[in-house]
Design a binder for this molecule. Structure first.
Ligand SMILES: Cc1ncc(COP(=O)(O)O)c(C=O)c1O
Length: 427
């Protein structure tokens, strides 16, 4: 919080968070660690480039005059068409690129636009815990009130590796969270950080509740090309559910280009037109040359074999990295999708009197584990209680989240370093 400033120079409450955020805690720990350079398995950015056919498309887009100027607010027609063409087969009908797709500045700004479009002060939004942290401020900015519903880890998560699908929702708990003010529900599948891909049956139950109570579903499917079990898109389950659903996508995640900030929302015209209006007010339009490159990405991905390759590569990385936890006897939630793995470190005994700085000592055990890992083995991972509210943080305080979207050599270095945990593990 800003102190010592005249009242008028103080920031608005929405940005004046008092708690240090997880990213700066982890970065600070990394800078202070004797184990340099730190192997960063924390943040979910790729350690390698998009494939050449996409990079080359970005380079040639810069040579075109119109690609260096404003795009239409709803996005470049070529990209909207490429996305509509790529997704129509999943929907089983032809999506209209004019009315059912809108391009945003990354998925994140797309979701902000969706909340800005539909949330009035006091409206309630259901969010499952753990959550992608940006949802919270994006909902609160237009005055939304969040109702949290926890995902429950497997009961034997501290002792046994099992599918990330075993993190479950209690549907009675979900129904109890719904009130007449519930306007939206945020779903995330494949899930960050859990790695769960919601089953068709689970999505049918969520969809039925939303239809019954007329709740807009914001389905964050940014990892939609990375699934290792059958993947269902909730919008495709029935016309009644589709009527309520906005599906979120991210070219950053699809094409290994998180810095390009290209995302999109798909859904029925009666929802998308308002989201496009909010997006126009927030940032007018999104970055032009990279939209063009993403259009080429969608046009050519299938023929290049890219979608199959991306699954094979990431699943390979997942297997390669998780071997070290099998070796160490540390159980994890075996991901069904995405590029994060949650490892249960209840067996890692932190030495008594270990010198944690006060801002770490005051946080749940996973923050201490994170600090300890950085200092003692030189590997950075994310403490997932950051993605929980305080009352439910205990659910995940033994877990650590690792991002495996890194070069294989980086994964091998991380594994070698993590073997250093052996002496702290109690069987
Ligand atoms: C679940 C989830 N949704 C959305 C995003 C943001 O996507 P983008 O980079 O396209 O804004 C992320 C990024 O980490 C994410 O993990």
């Amino acid at each position: 919080m800003a102190t010592g400033l005249p009242a008028k120079l103080k920031p608005a409450a929405r940005v004046a968070g008092q708690r240090q955020d997880v990213w700066s805690i982890v970065n600070e720990a990394a800078a202070a660690s004797p184990k340099q350079p730190i192997v960063n398995m924390g943040q979910g950015f790729f350690g390698y480039n998009p494939p050449p056919f996409i990079i080359n498309a970005a380079k040639s887009a810069l040579d075109k005059v119109d690609c260096n100027q404003y795009s239409p607010t709803k996005g470049r027609p070529r990209l909207r068409k490429a996305i509509a063409d790529a997704y129509s087969p999943f929907w089983g009908r032809t999506l209209n690129p004019e009315t059912e797709v809108t391009i945003t500045t990354g998925a994140n700004e797309g979701m902000l636009s969706a909340f800005m479009a539909f949330i009035e002060p006091g409206d309630e939004v259901i969010v499952f815990e753990p959550f992608f942290d940006q949802y919270i401020s994006n909902i609160e900015m237009p005055g939304g009130k969040i109702t949290y519903v926890p995902m429950h880890p497997p009961k034997d998560g501290a002792t046994t590796t099992s599918s990330a699908g075993n993190w479950t929702i209690d549907f009675d708990e979900l129904e109890r969270a719904i009130t007449p003010k519930t306007k939206m529900l945020v779903l995330n599948t494949p899930h960050n950080p859990v790695g769960k891909v919601y089953s068709k049956e689970e999505l049918e139950k969520i969809g039925a509740l939303c239809v019954k109570h007329e709740i807009i579903i914001l389905s964050d499917e940014v990892y939609d090309r990375l699934y290792y079990v059958p993947f269902t898109r909730i919008a495709t389950l029935s016309p009644e559910i589709e009527r309520l659903t906005i599906t979120v996508g991210s070219a950053g995640k699809n094409f290994y280009a998180t810095g390009w900030r290209v995302g999109w929302l798909m859904g029925p015209e009666h929802l998308i037109k308002h989201v496009s209006a909010a997006h126009t007010r927030i940032c007018y339009s999104s970055v032009s040359p990279l939209q063009e490159a993403c259009a080429v990405g969608f046009e050519q991905a299938e023929a290049e074999g890219f979608w199959d390759e991306t699954v094979k590569d990431m699943q390979g990385k997942m297997k390669r990295f998780n071997e070290v936890f099998d070796e160490l006897g540390l159980p994890y939630s075996d991901p069904e999708g995405g590029y994060f793995v949650m490892v249960n470190m209840a067996k890692v005994k932190l030495p008594k009197d270990y010198p944690f700085p006060p801002h770490v000592a005051s946080r749940p055990r996973d923050f201490k584990l994170s600090w300890f890992l950085i200092q003692e083995v030189g590997v950075a991972a994310i403490p997932p209680t950051e993605f929980y509210t305080d009352p439910n943080a205990h659910i995940a305080e033994d877990y650590m989240r690792f991002a495996v979207c890194k070069e294989d050599e980086v994964l091998e270095t991380a594994k070698e370093r993590l073997r250093g945990l052996k002496k702290y593990i109690e069987e």
